[in-house]
Design a protein around this ligand. Structure first.
Ligand code: ADP
Ligand code: MG
Length: 193
């Protein structure tokens, strides 16, 4: 299997007195189609790791490749393009636009792909149907439950068919029943490719 993500000897030290070594030599390879959980207590470096995987931050040392591209050799602008085309993000706080509908929130995920508005809406509709929100397309994000919001955020992350989807504590703001259904959904979407 080809690797969607490959990290070799990755460290990340935050400056300070003393400096904080958030990552100390991470070697990790994630193959296409894999589903990986990173587990650890608060402060153990999970978000730092995800930010580096997602090219939102650069390592202090070591090598990171996403989709075969060595991010150390790329400009910030090239990394923005890489993120827009190949990586989907899901966050604990959802990060939806509350005043927009579920449909627009998801269609916005395709803004940088150059697709026409009608096609963006069509793809967003199909993806919202896939995550079980066919009946909520026109609902404003502010009117949705936490579990529904995270489904919208997941739909936004996958609507452009990225190579890599990164989720940072995606169930951290949900009750146990919604958490379970979001994890199940992640597993189903992964199994679907
Ligand atoms: P987790 O997501 O597992 O809770 P983090 O990656 O957020 O862990 O944090 C790992 C360590 O790095 C913690 O000690 C945290 O305080 C520190 N840290 C995280 N971000 C920064 C930052 N921007 N500046 C300085 N220290 C940071
Ligand atoms: Mg964190």
């Amino acid at each position: 299997m080809s690797a969607v993500l490959e990290m070799t000897g990755v460290t990340r030290t935050y400056p300070g007195t003393p400096p904080i070594e958030a990552l100390r030599g991470v070697d990790l390879r994630v193959a296409s189609g894999e589903l990986v959980s990173v587990v650890g207590p608060s402060g153990s470096g999970k978000s730092t790791l995800l930010h580096i995987m997602g090219t939102l931050d650069r390592p202090t040392s070591g090598r990171v490749q996403v989709g075969g591209f060595d991010i150390g050799t790329m400009s910030d602008r090239q990394l923005s393009a890489l993120r827009a085309q190949r990586i989907g993000f899901v966050f604990q706080q959802f990060h939806l636009l509350d005043a927009e509908t579920a449909l627009d929130n998801v269609a916005d995920g395709l803004l940088y792909t150059g697709r026409a508005a009608a096609e963006r809406r069509e793809m967003a509709t199909a993806t919202l149907e896939r995550v079980g929100l066919a009946a909520r397309l026109g609902q404003h994000a502010s009117k949705l439950s936490g579990g529904e919001r995270q489904r919208v955020a997941l739909a936004r992350a996958i609507v452009g068919r990225p190579d890599l989807v990164l989720a940072d504590e995606p169930t951290g703001n949900l009750d146990s029943k919604s958490s379970e259904s979001i994890v199940e959904l992640l597993e189903e979407l992964n199994a679907d490719g």
